[in-house]
Design a protein around this ligand. Sequence first.
Ligand code: SME
Length: 156
Amino acid sequence: MSQQTKQDRYAEAAKEIAAVLEGESNLIARMATVSNILHHAFDHYFWTGFYLVDPEKPDELVIGPYQGTMGCLRIPFGKGVCGAAAATRETQLVEDVHAFPDHIACDARSESEIVVPVFDGGGALIAVFDVDSDEKAMFDEIDRAGIEGILKASFA
Ligand code: SME
């Protein structure tokens, strides 16, 4: 897929997500919609979903709505790529997950990934959004911009 096609596809997905979410305030419904639409928009998305900050254990992530193979249920802040995104509150772009310290292999086929922190309107971290590919180096700055824009529009 060309970079232009990828950018266009993020723009189309953003429009579709905004249309479906119009008037829906439930957080799980919103997260399920984002993971479903993005997962089916791109061939390089192998696993797509949210890990939520657990209100009962605020330094732990717990699985939320996702698409793909079975995901790990819980990830402590600071562990693996998702834990790093939660702890630093910054997007993690990882070309080779096997080279990432502490990477958690929920599915051994995962080779590269992007994890983006999700903030509410008040700027509090509520979740991270994790996309894994079964090929190396499948995510770049276009994915980052596309995903960050959709998450901001959907949750902030
Ligand atoms: N790869 C992630 C774990 C979650 S899953 O792969 C679904 C990580 O290291 O954070």
